[in-house]
Design a binder for this molecule. Structure first.
Ligand code: MG
Length: 257
């Protein structure tokens, strides 16, 4: 069942989104060669708690940290550590969520560490574009799979592939609600999108094939072919006026897309 949110609930979710977006921005500003993913995690947790929020991922199914930090061929769910040092040329996907007044915000972005190879630069650009295409499709009257179709079209036109096993999701009083929001699919299929639905749209785009596997830590997902992967995510409310990105810092403009 897809839980539709009232306008007042969406106002609270804007605050959860703002806190999540601010944490992601502050982490992004700290990304540089030599910093550890453990330090990035500390920055994010402090940023969320400063604003009266609670880290959404910490303790979720036993996940130990505030952030997921996934480097290079890692797709999602990498665990931050004081032993993992970013180096020039890496890309690092950072996923962060916050709970405010019982509602969740969730966003992600892949950052370049210093100068990166051209394919990495292109992968980041295309993944951000694919997220924007998905957001643009999140409007009343469209169907759910119109979102994934839009994401997939942009990613594949660039010669990249979209991950199948991990998808976006409804979000509200729980981090993961119905429906699943795949990053692929046939246009015109799936439930009709209606005002009040709130979705976390999160393309995971691989430079090579779409196949992924999990590492023995039980969390980290990597590409099977060892090529790069990127991940961008926003929490988006569907309204009569069209999509509204909730993981935004008003006044600062869109920072994550
Ligand atoms: Mg998510």
């Amino acid at each position: 069942m897809i839980i539709r949110k009232s306008p007042s609930e969406i106002e609270i979710m804007k605050e959860a989104g703002r806190v999540s977006a601010r944490a992601l921005r502050l982490v992004g500003e700290a990304v540089r060669p030599g910093v550890t993913t453990g330090e990035l995690d500390r920055i994010a947790e402090e940023a969320i708690r400063q604003e009266g929020g609670v880290p959404a991922f910490k303790g979720y199914r036993g996940f130990p940290r505030t952030l997921c930090t996934s480097l290079n061929e890692q797709v999602v769910h990498g665990i931050p550590s004081s032993k993992i040092v970013l180096k020039e040329g890496d890309i690092v996907s950072v996923d962060v969520g916050a709970v405010v007044d019982g509602y969740y915000g969730d966003n992600a972005r892949t950052f370049a560490v210093g100068r990166v190879v051209p394919v990495a630069e292109k992968l980041l650009e295309v993944t951000a574009e694919s997220l924007q295409a998905g957001i643009d499709a999140a409007r009343p009257g469209n169907r759910l799979f119109d979102i994934g179709h839009a994401v997939q079209t942009v990613a594949e036109a660039a010669g990249f592939s979209v991950v199948r096993e991990y998808v976006g999701h409804g979000i509200g009083r729980s981090m993961h609600e119905d429906p699943n929001v795949p990053n692929f699919g046939m246009a015109g299929k799936g439930p009709e999108l209606q005002p009040g639905m709130v979705l976390a749209i999160e393309p995971m785009v691989n430079a090579g094939t779409h196949a992924v596997e999990s590492l023995s830590d039980g969390w980290t997902v990597v590409t099977c072919d060892g090529q790069l992967s990127a991940h961008f995510e926003h929490t988006v409310a569907i309204t009569e006026q069209g999509p509204i990105v909730l993981t935004d810092e008003p006044g600062a403009g869109l920072t994550n897309g």
